[in-house]
Design a protein around this ligand. Structure first.
Ligand code: SF4
Length: 208
């Protein structure tokens, strides 16, 4: 019942949710998602066209100078680690997978910088596989709206959301919750007075 109301409101706010990361192919998406950890899509979108414009094949990207990649990635944060991930992912894809990102959770989880959330985002966005990636927005909203407990970890939250929402809605709900968190139910100063879920929200009193 409560989940239905949340779903209906998310559909009302975001009838056609889209991933806001820019990409042209499978590996650009994977790398963009890796770069987006602890950063914002906006910052990632400001650097990926530079990376993929300058190094426009996996072969060029795997041979890129690490210091040049670091300089380009700097605005995203954690740039040394992320530059290494980008170069390494390009090398693995080029030399072991003929340049195609494998559609396989186990294989993807062996890639540097690629964790469960990244895999869920990649598979649901690129292959439209049912998955709910729990990022910081999804975690916060799930807790505020009582879809998860305050001390649940991301894996627990993911499992709870998968139980509460029908499988066919998982990918859409992830995108909608990200957008809801980004533009309405923000971490600081959420827009509670305009929110139609205020009566079921655990956070509202603090924010009004
Ligand atoms: Fe978020 Fe406020 Fe709505 Fe609660 S009432 S879901 S904190 S915007």
């Amino acid at each position: 019942m409560m989940t239905n109301r949340i779903g209906e409101y998310l559909d009302e706010l975001f009838p056609n949710p889209k991933c806001e990361l820019l990409y042209n192919n499978d590996y650009e998406l994977l790398i963009a998602v890796v770069l987006s950890a602890q950063s914002t899509d906006k910052r990632v979108n400001s650097v990926t066209p530079i990376i993929f414009g300058k190094y426009n094949t996996l072969e060029k990207l795997k041979n890129a100078s690490l210091s040049d990649l670091e300089a380009i990635i700097r605005p995203v944060g954690s740039f040394r680690r992320k530059a290494f991930y980008v170069k390494e992912i390009a090398r693995i894809l080029y030399s072991e997978y003929s340049g195609v990102v494998p559609r396989d959770r186990e294989i993807l989880s062996t890639f540097p910088g690629v964790g469960r959330k990244t895999i869920n985002v990649f598979l649901s966005e690129f292959y439209k596989e049912p998955a709910i990636a729990v990022d910081t927005h999804v975690e916060r909203i799930s807790k505020r709206l009582g879809l998860a407990y305050r001390n649940d970890d991301v894996l627990k939250i993911e499992k709870k959301l998968m139980k509460k929402f029908p499988k066919g809605e998982w990918a859409k709900r992830h995108l909608q919750m990200v957008l809801f968190g980004r533009y309405h139910c923000k971490a600081i100063k959420p827009e509670c007075s305009k929110c139609k879920l205020i009566d079921i929200c655990k956070e509202k009193k603090k924010n009004l």
